[in-house]
Design a protein around this ligand. Sequence first.
Ligand SMILES: Cc1cc2nc3c(=O)[nH]c(=O)nc-3n(C[C@H](O)[C@H](O)[C@H](O)COP(=O)(O)OP(=O)(O)OC[C@H]3O[C@@H](n4cnc5c(N)ncnc54)[C@H](O)[C@@H]3O)c2cc1C
Ligand SMILES: *[C@@H]1O[C@H](CO)[C@@H](O)[C@H](O)[C@H]1NC(C)=O
Ligand SMILES: *[C@@H]1O[C@H](CO)[C@@H](O)[C@H](O)[C@H]1NC(C)=O
Ligand SMILES: *[C@@H]1O[C@H](CO)[C@@H](O)[C@H](O)[C@H]1NC(C)=O
Ligand SMILES: *[C@@H]1O[C@H](CO)[C@@H](O)[C@H](O)[C@H]1NC(C)=O
Ligand SMILES: *[C@@H]1O[C@H](CO)[C@@H](O)[C@H](O)[C@H]1NC(C)=O
Ligand SMILES: *[C@@H]1O[C@H](CO)[C@@H](O)[C@H](O)[C@H]1NC(C)=O
Ligand SMILES: *[C@@H]1O[C@H](CO)[C@@H](O)[C@H](O)[C@H]1NC(C)=O
Length: 488
Amino acid sequence: MKLLLSFTFLLAALASATDIETSLKSAGIKVVGPTDPAYATDIFDYNLRFHYQPALIAYPTNAAQVSKVVKAGTTFNLPVTARSGGHSFIANALGDGRLVVDLSLMKNITVLQNGATVEAHIGAGNRLGDIALALNEHGRAIPHGLYAYVGIGGHGGHGGYGLTSRLWGLNLDRIIEVEVVLANGTVTNASLTTNPDLFWGIRGSSSSFGIVTDIVYDTLPRPDYAIAFEYVWNLDYTTAAQAISDYQVFVNNIPQELGLAVEWNRGNASGFVTLEFGGAWYGAEGQVESVLQPFLSKLPTPSFGSLLGNGTWIDNIATLAQGPLDTSLAPDTNATFYVKSLVTPQEAPMDDNTLLQFMKYLATEGFSTPLDWFVQIGLYGGNASAINAVPQDATGYTHRDSMFTMQIQVTQVPVVTEAGFSFVEGVADTITGNMPPDWDYGSYLNYIDDRLVDWQHRYYGVDYPRLQALKRSYDPTNLFRFPKSIEL
Ligand SMILES: Cc1cc2nc3c(=O)[nH]c(=O)nc-3n(C[C@H](O)[C@H](O)[C@H](O)COP(=O)(O)OP(=O)(O)OC[C@H]3O[C@@H](n4cnc5c(N)ncnc54)[C@H](O)[C@@H]3O)c2cc1C
Ligand SMILES: *[C@@H]1O[C@H](CO)[C@@H](O)[C@H](O)[C@H]1NC(C)=O
Ligand SMILES: *[C@@H]1O[C@H](CO)[C@@H](O)[C@H](O)[C@H]1NC(C)=O
Ligand SMILES: *[C@@H]1O[C@H](CO)[C@@H](O)[C@H](O)[C@H]1NC(C)=O
Ligand SMILES: *[C@@H]1O[C@H](CO)[C@@H](O)[C@H](O)[C@H]1NC(C)=O
Ligand SMILES: *[C@@H]1O[C@H](CO)[C@@H](O)[C@H](O)[C@H]1NC(C)=O
Ligand SMILES: *[C@@H]1O[C@H](CO)[C@@H](O)[C@H](O)[C@H]1NC(C)=O
Ligand SMILES: *[C@@H]1O[C@H](CO)[C@@H](O)[C@H](O)[C@H]1NC(C)=O
């Protein structure tokens, strides 16, 4: 009986997939369904830990077509999700039975002067590397992450951190207007003056509210000088813990032009951990060494230490991306991985005992495990960070009092096993389990974690009730639903 029921259900699902396919095709929209040869490759995202079977992938070329796809989602009762660059850590643009709106045919970029503002209108299917190249042609820039193939749709919809973020804010902080298709198919705009409530939610949780088709940025002049740097040590865990303790003090007395990230990897022996101190400098040429000196002087001589790049802005972007910026030149790569994130509060840094337990775990468990792992922290806070200068209630991105955003990652082929999950969770526990129980850490939506339990609080914090009210108003049937989306 159960088998028969599910068989009938399957037939109904297939029939409706065919109907919707016919209907969208006759509207002139490119679609890829389960019977198309392209389906086998189009259903993959960057993280190969997930193998989803969407009902259909649509490739609209403009907002009017996106509207038709969204309306078809309601008609055929399929949840709808946007795919920009497909770099969600949990393949959240895909999902079994979903109607996917792939934005890869919407890659226009226009830069224009509007009064005192140099605006960039960016189609939501663009990747970070292509955007950096297009803006650089005009001597302009926006803050964003390092990896060239990440899509602007997910990145700018949920944060968007890069080494310029202490100076310029998150990617979403530079958005001044979006064009968005709502759950009822209406194409509208949102800005501080048009639909301001929606504009608030879109800057932090865009995926729960609509399909953003075009994003308008208030661009910045590119820095005259830009240089990356990297220093590497193998440290015993006591010294490593002291280094991070010193680092948490150092960052409160640095210029905004300094972007910093620290990464840990397996050490050269049990009890040791590899510490990589990297970042970029966007101030005047010739100053970076003296700016770093107060921190470097507290550590032994590094096994590696160098400035990286030729000083130009676009070379800095390419150096940090570690690959070509023009994403049409080479196919994207992929990985099979699990990530947890922690956002540590600026007002309550990790204490010395926590740092010691954290470093000890990486230096012992992290040495003996055969797993391929890294832990990385981006500096969001520190002295006069532009991220934390934005008032907490100004956007739907909640964490405006952050020090670090941490990424704990295990990569494992062909699948991430229980050992992989528990190593990552073990690292996180050395921090959350040693800090006081009321320590109010968060998690970062762009490092989305399918296993996070108290996700409403960790991702959305105090904003959650306001986001839910907005969800009920703009998406009352929960058409845009996926793991960790805002609930009604
Ligand atoms: C290799 C790698 C490096 C990274 N580096 C950084 C970094 O330096 N800094 C940083 O902050 N983050 C970084 N990230 C995280 C990245 O910002 C997120 O994974 C981001 O959400 C990916 O966006 P996407 O458009 O490529 O992904 P997608 O999977 O296409 O989208 C992610 C989510 O956003 C939704 N979405 C996409 N487009 C739209 C749209 N137009 N309207 C509404 N919803 C939309 C999707 O439905 C999905 O839920 C990195 C990720 C990877 C894999
Ligand atoms: C993209 O730009 C071209 C040329 O300017 C224009 O014809 C087209 O309508 C634009 N597409 C979208 C989706 O805006
Ligand atoms: C909506 O925003 C788009 C850019 O995304 C812009 O071209 C268009 O003029 C805006 N429409 C209105 C009515 O403001
Ligand atoms: C690990 O690196 C440290 C620091 O460079 C060094 O003192 C130690 O001898 C190294 N240990 C091994 C086993 O290579
Ligand atoms: C810290 O930030 C303030 C405000 O931008 C600035 O005046 C000060 O110079 C900064 N400190 C350092 C060491 O640069
Ligand atoms: C710097 O490097 C970029 C490539 O990353 C190159 O295009 C540019 O010509 C170089 N400029 C100088 C001044 O060396
Ligand atoms: C993943 O990347 C590898 C190496 O680039 C490539 O051979 C493989 O086809 C990719 N897999 C998918 C599913 O895209
Ligand atoms: C679609 O939803 C928006 C936001 O809730 C609303 O303002 C608009 O009137 C709706 N349009 C239609 C045609 O129902």
